[in-house]
Design a protein around this ligand. Structure first.
Ligand SMILES: Cc1cc2nc3c(=O)[nH]c(=O)nc-3n(C[C@H](O)[C@H](O)[C@H](O)COP(=O)(O)OP(=O)(O)OC[C@H]3O[C@@H](n4cnc5c(N)ncnc54)[C@H](O)[C@@H]3O)c2cc1C
Ligand SMILES: *[C@@H]1O[C@H](CO)[C@@H](O)[C@H](O)[C@H]1NC(C)=O
Ligand SMILES: *[C@@H]1O[C@H](CO)[C@@H](O)[C@H](O)[C@H]1NC(C)=O
Ligand SMILES: *[C@@H]1O[C@H](CO)[C@@H](O)[C@H](O)[C@H]1NC(C)=O
Ligand SMILES: *[C@@H]1O[C@H](CO)[C@@H](O)[C@H](O)[C@H]1NC(C)=O
Ligand SMILES: *[C@@H]1O[C@H](CO)[C@@H](O)[C@H](O)[C@H]1NC(C)=O
Length: 362
C-alpha cells in the first residue's frame, strides 16, 4: 500500500537513480523526502558522473529501446543544454552480431531509421573526423544519437530536486552504515557518525555500493570498467570535431568526440570488468564494491590489462594519438545483474524497503 504523502521517505544515493526517483515522487505529491549520500552531487566517484554518457536508441531489448526513445525527448527539451547530437555508430565484425542486429530491429519496429554499412569505411563519408581504418567491419548508424554532459546533467537534476523541496544530507551524517531493522521492517538508517534517521519508507539507490547495505550477492554485483581521458590541443580537437560516438562491439571499447571548450577525449571499455573485494561493514561478508570512504576516482588506478585494452582501443580508433599519455584514468562501476535488467521493486521480505538499482552496462 502506498504511504501517505507527508510521511518521511529516505532515498540513499544521489546518482541518477536516486535523484530521478526523488523528483518523480515529489511531482506525485510526496513532500517529506530526504536524499542521503557520501558526497554532494554530482558525486565525484558515482557511476552517474564524469564528462560524458552515451545517449542512444540502440538497445537490444525492446523495453529499454522504448525507454531510451522516451528519454530522448527530455534530452531535446529540458536537458538540451547538456546534450550533443554527434551521431552514434556501432561497429562489429559482421552483421550477425546479435546485439547490433536486435538493436537495429527494435529501432525499425518503432518506425525509426538505421543506416547500415557493410563496409564500415563508408561511415567516414559522413564524419570527416574519422581517420582510422574500418576495413573488415560492419556498422550501423543512428544520426540522432550522441552524448550528454553527465556531470552537468546530474547537477541540474539535483538542483531541480532541491527546488522541489527535497532535502539533502551529505558527508558522515549522510553516509549510511546500515539499514535499521525492527522485525521484518526497515524503519530507517544508521549513519556512520552514529546517528539514526527514521523514515516510513527507505529507498536504496546505492548503485555499485548496494551489497554493502543489503545482501544482494549476485543479484547485483559491482564491476569496475576502465575509462581514460586525454587532453587534446585545440588543433587536434578541431580535427576530431566531426566524429560520432562509436562503440566496437567486438572489443567493447567506446569513444566520444572531444568535449567542446575543454578538448578532452574520452575512451572506455565495456567488458567483463574488474571486481574489487571489500568487507561489508554491515553484513561482514566479502563483497565486490567500491570503497565507502573518500573517493574511488582519486587514485587513477587501473589494472595493467585494462590499461592495455584501452591503449589498443585508442590506437584502433585514433591512430594518430597512439602512445599519448592519459590525463586521467579511473574505474567506473556498473551494477551488474544476471539479465542486465534494472532492479526496481519493493523488497520481497523487508517491509518499508524499496530497491532501485542495477544500472548495468546494457
Ligand atoms: C564506465 C561506465 C560507462 C557508462 N556509460 C554509459 C553510457 O554511455 N550511457 C548510459 O546511459 N549509461 C552508461 N553507464 C551506466 C550509468 O552510468 C549507470 O547505470 C548509472 O549512472 C547508475 O546510477 P546509480 O544512481 O545507480 O549509481 P551512482 O551514480 O553510483 O549512485 C549511487 C550513489 O549512492 C551513494 N552511496 C553508496 N553507498 C552509500 C552509503 N552507504 N551511504 C550514502 N550514500 C551511498 C554513492 O555515493 C553514489 O552517489 C555507464 C557506466 C559506467 C560505469
Ligand atoms: C517529515 O516526517 C517527519 C517524521 O515523521 C516529521 O517529524 C516531520 O515533521 C515531517 N516534515 C514535514 C515537512 O512534514
Ligand atoms: C537478424 O535477426 C533476424 C531475426 O530477429 C534474422 O532473421 C536475421 O537473419 C538476422 N540478421 C543477421 C544478419 O544475422
Ligand atoms: C534513430 O532512432 C530513433 C528512435 O528509434 C528513430 O526514431 C530514428 O528514425 C532513428 N534514426 C534517425 C536518423 O534519427
Ligand atoms: C546472503 O544471501 C546468500 C544467498 O541467499 C546466503 O547464502 C547468505 O547466507 C546470506 N548472507 C547473509 C549475511 O545474510
Ligand atoms: C574493432 O574490433 C576488431 C576485432 O577485435 C578489431 O580488429 C578492430 O581493429 C577494431 N576496430 C576499432 C576501430 O576499434
Amino acid at each position: 500500500m502506498p504511504i501517505p504523502k507527508d510521511k518521511k521517505i529516505i532515498i540513499i544515493g544521489a546518482g541518477v537513480f536516486g535523484l530521478s526517483t526523488a523528483l518523480e515522487l515529489s511531482k506525485r505529491g510526496y513532500n517529506n523526502i530526504t536524499i542521503l549520500d557520501r558526497h554532494v552531487p554530482p558525486v565525484v566517484d558515482g557511476s552517474s558522473v564524469d564528462i560524458s554518457r552515451i545517449i542512444r536508441f540502440d538497445y537490444a531489448d525492446p523495453l529499454y529501446a522504448r525507454m531510451a526513445k522516451e528519454a530522448y525527448q527530455g534530452w531535446q527539451k529540458e536537458y538540451s543544454d547538456f546534450f550533443y547530437q554527434s551521431g552514434f555508430v556501432m561497429l562489429a565484425k559482421d552483421a550477425s552480431n546479435v546485439y547490433v542486429n536486435k538493436s537495429m530491429e527494435n529501432v525499425r519496429s518503432q518506425g525509426g531509421q538505421v543506416d547500415v554499412f557493410h563496409n564500415a569505411n563508408d561511415v567516414k563519408k559522413l564524419y570527416a573526423g574519422i581517420t582510422s581504418d574500418f576495413s573488415g567491419l560492419y556498422a550501423t548508424h543512428n544520426a540522432s544519437g550522441g552524448w550528454a554532459d553527465a556531470e552537468k546533467s546530474i547537477q541540474r537534476l539535483a538542483s531541480e530536486c532541491s527546488l522541489a523541496g527535497v532535502s539533502f544530507i551529505t558527508g558522515p551524517q549522510g553516509t549510511v552504515h546500515s539499514l535499521r531493522q525492527e522485525g521484518s521492517r526497515i524503519v530507517g538508517v544508521n549513519t556512520v557518525n552514529g546517528g539514526t534517521i527514521l523514515a516510513s519508507q527507505v529507498i536504496l539507490c546505492t548503485g555499485a555500493w548496494s551489497n554493502r547495505l543489503l545482501n544482494l550477492t549476485h543479484t547485483a554485483s559491482a564491476s569496475g570498467q576502465p575509462v581514460g581521458f586525454i587532453k587534446l590541443t585545440p588543433d587536434e580537437a578541431r580535427e576530431l570535431e566531426n566524429t560520432p560516438v562509436m562503440i566496437n562491439m567486438t572489443t567493447g571499447v567506446f569513444c566520444f568526440p572531444p568535449t567542446p571548450g575543454t578538448n578532452i577525449l574520452k575512451l572506455a571499455r565495456h567488458g567483463h570488468g574488474y571486481a574489487t573485494e571489500a568487507v561489508s561493514e554491515t553484513t561482514g561478508r566479502v563483497i565486490s564494491s567500491p570503497r565507502r570512504e573518500g573517493s574511488n576516482a582519486k587514485s587513477g588506478y587501473l589494472p595493467d590489462d585494462a590499461d592495455e585494452a584501452l591503449r589498443d582501443g585508442l590506437r584502433q580508433f585514433f591512430p594518430k594519438l597512439e602512445g599519448r599519455a592519459w590525463m586521467r584514468r579511473r574505474l567506473c562501476w556498473y551494477t551488474d545483474t544476471p539479465t542486465g535488467d534494472f532492479i526496481i521493486d519493493h523488497h520481497s521480505a523487508l517491509d518499508g524497503l524499496f530497491v532501485a538499482t542495477g544500472g548495468a552496462g546494457q
